[in-house]
Design a binder for this molecule. Structure first.
Ligand SMILES: Nc1ncnc2c1ncn2[C@@H]1O[C@H](COP(=O)(O)OP(=O)(O)OP(=O)(O)O)[C@@H](O)[C@H]1O
Ligand SMILES: [Mg+2]
Length: 252
């Protein structure tokens, strides 16, 4: 039987009087890549951010339903969001490295997690940079400011920073939208390798990207989950005409 890392159950999200997510239920299997697709404004980012409690500080947002992470409800008030985000990391659309050295960007989370020995830290930083396929490009200049890297390199650095603390899930919100095709291909290759270690949920507007890398694809429309299933089936034989039309670009 498939093991689910995340089980989203009847999730509703309201922002003020606006009903934004309308009863989303979906299970995310371990060690798979799940793509969230759908037109702009359908609620992909809202859903992704709910999973690691990024809405906590917004008093206008109200969430109902459950998101079980390894059986425990992340939305429960007893769940510590800081602890949760250590296990469920996030990479944003716009690369957001700290204005510090490449090394310090990756070291940061390790130190917060209590890693003290500098040799251990060095090994962990190197390992994360290798896993995110950035190591060869930066190994001679780890003290250089992260802000001097290209956008694609910065995004791989953000990925390295996210994986350094060994989370179980990585959430990515359009991580390639600001990248050229070569950088995009590098990130995709990295994600395909990383799924051996982590479970990955990625929002993308690039349908070909979903097709290339996602095991499962979820199609959202106007706050609802229209259809969710194995990527090949979603593209080739979806149950809903709306899914077919969207995934084949005949929309509107
Ligand atoms: N902070 C907020 N407060 C209130 N409403 C919001 C907020 N952020 C987004 N929304 C609304 O929630 C809905 C879903 O937005 P969301 O950002 O999740 O869409 P999306 O699917 O990620 O779109 P895109 O593909 O353009 O990134 C939209 O109607 C948007 O206007
Ligand atoms: Mg979005």
């Amino acid at each position: 039987m498939e093991k689910y890392v995340l089980q989203i159950e009847q999730l509703h999200l309201y922002a003020g009087s606006k009903h934004i997510l309308k009863g989303i239920s979906m299970n995310i299997p371990e060690h798979q890549i799940v793509a969230l697709v759908g037109p702009s404004g359908c609620g992909k980012t809202m859903l992704l951010r709910s999973i690691n409690r990024m809405h906590d500080l917004n008093p206008d947002i109200r969430i109902e339903g459950r998101i079980l992470f390894k059986g425990k409800n992340v939305l429960d008030r007893h769940t510590d969001p800081v602890q949760l985000r250590r296990q469920i990391g996030m990479v944003f659309q716009k690369p957001n490295p700290f204005p510090k050295s490449i090394f310090k960007n990756v070291e940061y989370g390790l130190k917060i997690n209590g890693m003290r020995h500098s040799a251990h830290i060095r090994d962990a930083v190197e390992n994360s940079l290798k896993q995110s396929h950035l190591w060869d490009e930066v190994k001679e200049e780890l003290d250089k400011s992260a802000l001097e890297l290209s956008g694609g390199q910065q995004q791989r650095l953000c990925l390295a920073r996210a994986i350094a603390v060994a989370p179980e899930v990585i959430l990515l919100d359009e991580p390639c939208s600001a990248l050229d095709p070569i950088s995009t291909a590098k990130v995709e290759e990295t994600l395909l390798e990383l799924k051996q270690l982590f479970t990955i949920v990625i929002v993308t507007h690039n349908l070909q990207q979903a097709r290339r890398i996602a095991d499962q694809t979820a199609f959202m429309y106007l706050g609802e989950l229209v259809e969710y299933g194995p990527t090949v089936q979603m593209f080739e034989q979806p149950q809903q005409e709306l899914t077919y039309n969207y995934l084949h670009g005949h929309f509107g």
